[in-house]
Write a new protein. Structure first.
Ligand SMILES: Cc1cc2nc3c(=O)[nH]c(=O)nc-3n(C[C@H](O)[C@H](O)[C@H](O)COP(=O)(O)OP(=O)(O)OC[C@H]3O[C@@H](n4cnc5c(N)ncnc54)[C@H](O)[C@@H]3O)c2cc1C
Ligand code: FES
Length: 509
């Protein structure tokens, strides 16, 4: 995201601030030259780090200090206060760090410090070559972590996409709405891969895996040997077998190319039908409304998002979209699309020069299945994210892992989870034996309203609402047998972070 062009915040920290202004665990944002700097006090120590998250520029001063880390209020990235390292995705780049001096009850910020190299050393003999199948969230985060952890062996990324890894969540939000420039979409510039010795091969579809000879075969007949393999093949949109569903103005959305195609159609479209009132469907609806396109959402459920967020939040989401002009056709489906006319099952018709189908995704399991890996509505993995075949790991939308928080084997389709799993799998391919214990997190953005969700509750027997949902200031707790399994919130970021910490502590106890 773009750097904030606003004036630097708060006091000039090179002139010093009174120590008394910072209570223990307290935070204060000031500036050094043009840069916003966050001061954090932990007991007798004071840390000075960049005040903005390196993911989407979130204000770290509005986040939460936990031990020697600070967590971002927006999407729960976590930074090491000593080194600036982005310890938890979705941020991948460090924040800057400054030296601090304490003198006569004052804190003075001095020079910017060198960014220290990562501190973890691979244990045992490192594998010669790691092959990653995929070019999405989990795959990219794994490759980046391998290099951050100073892995010196070969890293080959095989992706059947024609684009280098992109910030997929942006494809239904700012980039689709037209408010984010093209440069924001790739996770890294093309030069990153060569500079970091990552052999990224695009349009490289892996057709099969030979777990015995430790080789993958590509669709073009070539083969690549591996010592460790990470499967991160993600998911693909469900396509409806609709009469007329194969016309060029009917789209699904997963890839950069899908998004570009929708954007191109949106240049001239006046009326759109979105099939599905899921996260992606409604984010697309919001982005198309930002382009002033008339939007009709058709979906079989009674309330949007009720299954995940409950009835109250479902009603809120519906009202929010209606305020922005979206017209819902709920408890209905599209029966056929005939040119620019969508016929509803209920009998009506809707004019549509653009149709976006967002009715869920299916994990891409063909390779895992062919390789004989154990499947369980996804690829079954151990707490270390290893599949049933030694040396083959899986992460992201395809992986079903033992979640210590819910006590269940779960599979989710969340960006942050995929990235964090990619990072853990990377470390485990280097023999670090790290269990994946992160509390699941996702966010969804509708117009200027973010909904954050921590934890995992497929079902619940109690839903408590704190605050006021229509006032966009609320926290919902999804409980089973009195235990909070998940928390959804709007503009209650610190409470959401605290709920995450509480879930971590509960699982560790
Ligand atoms: C438009 C959109 C918006 C989203 N917004 C959010 C959001 O706001 N918040 C959130 O939490 N989640 C969001 N998600 C979900 C999130 O993007 C996914 O959970 C995440 O991308 C999963 O990461 P992954 O690495 O498992 O799969 P992906 O990111 O899908 O990557 C899979 C990769 O594998 C490649 N591949 C698959 N099969 C093969 C093969 N045989 N050979 C070679 N390559 C192969 C694909 O080309 C792709 O590069 C969104 C998803 C979409 C589509
Ligand atoms: S802006 Fe900080 S995690 Fe997204």
């Amino acid at each position: 995201m773009a750097e904030d062009q606003a004036k630097p915040s708060g006091p000039d920290l090179t002139q010093g601030v009174a120590l008394a202004e910072l209570g223990d665990g307290g935070m204060l944002v000031g500036h050094v030259g043009d840069e916003d700097v966050l001061l954090v006090r932990r007991g007798t120590e004071i840390f000075a780090v960049g005040a903005h998250c390196t993911h989407y520029h979130g204000p770290l001063g509005d986040g939460l200090v936990v031990g020697d880390t600070v967590r971002c209020p927006w999407h729960h990235a976590c930074f090491d206060l000593r080194t600036g390292e982005a310890l938890r995705a979705p941020a991948l780049s460090p924040v800057a760090c400054w030296s601090v001096e304490q003198r006569q009850g004052k804190v003075v910020v001095r020079a910017k410090r060198e960014q220290p190299a990562a501190r973890r050393k691979p244990s045992g003999k490192a594998p010669d070559r790691i092959v990653i199948v995929g070019g999405g969230a989990a795959a990219f985060a794994a490759a980046e972590m391998l290099r951050r952890d100073q892995y010196q062996g070969g890293v080959v990324m095989l992706s059947d996409d024609d684009a280098a890894p992109v910030d997929r969540p942006n494809l239904s939000k700012d980039y689709l709405a037209g408010s984010a420039p093209e440069e924001w979409v790739p996770l890294r510039p093309d030069s990153f891969y060569a500079e970091n010795g990552i052999d990224l091969r695009l349009n490289a579809k892996v057709a099969s895996i030979d777990a015995r000879s430790r080789e993958v075969a590509l669709a073009d007949g070539s083969r690549v040997a591996y010592d460790r393999l990470l499967l991160a093949t993600g998911a693909e949109p469900v396509r409806l077998p609709l009469p007329g569903g194969d016309q060029p103005h009917v789209h699904t959305l997963r890839t950069f190319a899908d998004c570009r195609a929708i954007r191109a159609r949106a240049e001239t479209a006046r009326r759109a039908v979105v099939i599905g009132a899921s996260f992606i469907g409604l984010e697309v609806a919001a982005s198309l409304r930002a382009r002033n396109i008339e939007v009709h959402v058709v979906a079989p459920e009674r309330r949007p998002m009720e299954r995940v967020l409950g009835p109250q939040m479902g009603d809120f989401v519906r009202a929010l979209h209606e305020e922005h002009g979206v017209v819902f056709h709920l408890e209905d489906t599209v029966a056929a699309i005939d040119g620019a006319r969508a016929t509803l099952k209920s009998g009506g018709t809707l004019a549509a020069d653009l149709v976006v189908v967002g009715v869920g995704v299916r994990p891409r399991l063909a390779l895992a299945e062919q390789a004989g890996l154990r499947l369980d509505r996804g690829v079954a993995v151990s707490p270390l994210l290893e599949t049933s075949a030694p040396g083959i790991y899986a992460a992201g939308d395809i992986a079903r892992w033992p979640d210590p928080h819910s006590g269940e084997n779960i599979r989710v389709e969340h960006w942050v989870v995929a990235e964090r799993q990619g990072q853990t799998a990377a470390r485990n391919m280097l023999g670090q034996g790290e269990k994946f214990t992160a509390v699941p997190f996702f966010w969804s953005q509708h117009y200027d309203i973010p909904i954050n969700y921590v934890g995992h509750a497929e079902t619940w027997d109690e839903l408590s609402v704190e605050g006021d949902i229509p006032a966009k200031d609320c926290l919902l707790r999804f409980k089973r047998k009195g235990r909070t399994l998940a928390v959804a919130s709007i503009f209650r970021d610190v409470e959401s972070l605290k709920a995450e910490v509480a879930m971590e502590q509960e699982a560790a106890a």
